[in-house]
Ligand binder design. Structure first.
Ligand SMILES: Cc1cc2nc3c(=O)[nH]c(=O)nc-3n(C[C@H](O)[C@H](O)[C@H](O)COP(=O)(O)OP(=O)(O)OC[C@H]3O[C@@H](n4cnc5c(N)ncnc54)[C@H](O)[C@@H]3O)c2cc1C
Length: 227
């Protein structure tokens, strides 16, 4: 699979998506109901997913699905690579969101979708563990986006305040002390975010366990985009 798909993923010719979330299973991933029944050399997938990034644009979807015969939900989930042209795989609505418009968010449906069992990623039943192991990296990526978006917004706001005159005095808005206070406060928060995230990137690259700190970074940096 690595030889077949990864070169296209790296060159950008293959757009991928990861489909975990379902209408009834978000934070509680173990509650998913999409099933994957392995039958000889094939596996048959049935169920639906929602809020999937690149759901419409993807050529390849990594689908988390459960073996209904396994009781423990944490040992029942496996990951399967589904090509977009596979019969039984269809796409639903393009969901509207506030930002990140270059990346669609969509619903996906699987109805008797049959793929080769060799398209299972890793060992059977290890899907939950594999997804959880990547949470640190995913949260860190969210924090990096939070910092960089906030930095860009701050640049735009600062330029706007420099270039726009206050109607009463005719001076640029940036000369107003009240505006300066607000800009300094924003700059400080963005700088704190960047300093923290840069430290975490270094620790993540050293393969340290910083899952708690990356969660804190995501919590701290993402609301800064909206302030
Ligand atoms: C833009 C966007 C892109 C996405 N892309 C993908 C994707 O590519 N692939 C994918 O699989 N999913 C994707 N998702 C889905 C995302 O992972 C889920 O939205 C997320 O898991 C939360 O699930 P939910 O929306 O059902 O919220 P819920 O799980 O219903 O949670 C609702 C609220 O309740 C809180 N809550 C939930 N459980 C508890 C608890 N036990 N204790 C206390 N509070 C709790 C949550 O913190 C949240 O505030 C995307 C979502 C968005 C918005």
């Amino acid at each position: 699979m690595k030889h077949k798909y990864l070169p296209g993923c790296v060159s950008g010719d293959i757009v991928t998506a990861v489909a975990m979330t379902e209408p009834g299973a978000g934070s509680d991933l173990a509650g998913m109901t999409t099933s994957a029944v392995e039958q000889g050399d094939d596996v048959v997938i049935d169920g639906s997913k929602t809020f999937i990034s690149n759901g419409l644009n993807s050529d390849l979807v990594v689908v988390a699905a459960k073996d209904p015969a396994v009781e423990n939900p944490h040992q029942a989930i496996s990951l399967y690579v589904v090509e977009s042209e596979t019969p039984g795989f269809t796409r639903g609505r393009h969901l509207e969101k506030m930002g990140m418009w270059s990346q669609d968010t969509a619903e996906l449906f699987f109805s008797k979708c049959r793929i080769p069992v060799k398209n299972r990623l890793g060992d059977k039943g290890m899907g939950f563990l594999m997804l959880v192991q990547k949470l640190q990296q995913e949260r860190l990526v969210c924090a990096i986006m939070g910092v960089t978006v906030a930095e860009r917004i701050l640049e735009w706001v600062t330029d706007y305040c420099r270039q726009t005159a206050i109607s009463v005095s005719g001076k640029p808005m940036s000369k107003s002390q009240a505006v300066q206070f607000a800009l300094v406060e924003m700059t400080t928060e963005v700088k704190i975010g960047r300093t923290f995230v840069e430290k975490l990137i270094a620790e993540h690259m050293e393969k340290k366990d910083v899952i708690i700190e990356t969660s804190m970074a995501k919590y701290w940096t993402t609301p800064n985009q909206l302030k």
